[in-house]
Design a protein around this ligand. Sequence first.
Ligand code: ATP
Ligand code: MG
Length: 313
Amino acid sequence: METRLAKQRSPAPEIWAIGGGKGGTGKSFLISSIGNYLALRGKKIVLIDADFGGANLHTFLGVAKPRVSLTDFLEKKVPLNDLVVESGIENMGLLIGAINSLGPDDMKYTQKLKLFRHIRQLDADYILLDLGAGAHFNTLDTFLLADKKIIVVLPEITAIENSYYFLKNAFYRQLLKTLGAHGFKELIQDAWRNREAYNITSLSQLIDYLRSVSGTLEDMVNRELAGFGAHIILNRVTTGQEVVIGRSVKSICKKYFSVDAKYVGYVEHDPIIPRCINKRQPFMQACPGTRCAREIEKVAENLLHGKDMYTRV
Ligand SMILES: Nc1ncnc2c1ncn2[C@@H]1O[C@H](COP(=O)(O)OP(=O)(O)OP(=O)(O)O)[C@@H](O)[C@H]1O
Ligand SMILES: [Mg+2]
């Protein structure tokens, strides 16, 4: 049964978004499982399937595809809180991206801003956004909306490359958006488009260049960098050696993008996971206490506390 969640609570919810560029890395599985864990801990969660056009998050929870979606908000102006349906898990509501023809290209700029404003006003402690694959600008903007930006990486080179590409594009877009609002858009675009002439080969060098232009710009860039903070989850790990790949991804984020990332943990590969999904059983409910369930709990705790898995307490 679809229910309306209670109106207005404070303080404002914290928004987490999970992305990473490559398809099939486990974004939907991980965010639904993290949401499930947080809900079990008594946090009020709204899980949003922001895979505009490819909504399948309900499958991970074992519930039927909701009859209402963001399309009703965008096209029929139904309040967002009214579109949050039961997820089958206590304390967790579900809001799905789109059930009609809406694809990422179909959302207008003004619709997007309105949607983002209303997402921030949803009644929840945590709003978890599951993004689709790729680095479409609407996907990047939804990622940038989040207070905690999470990327899922697999221990394989193509997935790692995709995550760098995704993060690089996201941070570049963030710079354009915030510094652009202060009249620096053309300066950034010019330097990046003509990077050979400027001797710029990486985003990190673009950042250094912008910092050298003026003290004001340096302060603004530093503020953006400090606020960006990506969180890395390594999924489908099969050996102990692979665990350290998360740490390498983190170092590379620093070296090439100047972005401080936290490696919040890894989850092993376990064939029981697709079996659970195929049986339409939420993994954290069906397999509590398994190694993967415990690893997901650890990841969720590290995210809650903003902690790197290698940080000693
Ligand atoms: N740790 C894991 N061990 C084994 N299988 C996994 C693991 N994590 C995810 N999977 C499987 O990988 C498949 C893809 O997962 P999922 O749909 O969550 O990826 P995604 O990143 O959301 O994909 P898309 O980009 O298409 O939305 C699922 O069938 C899931 O069962
Ligand atoms: Mg997905």
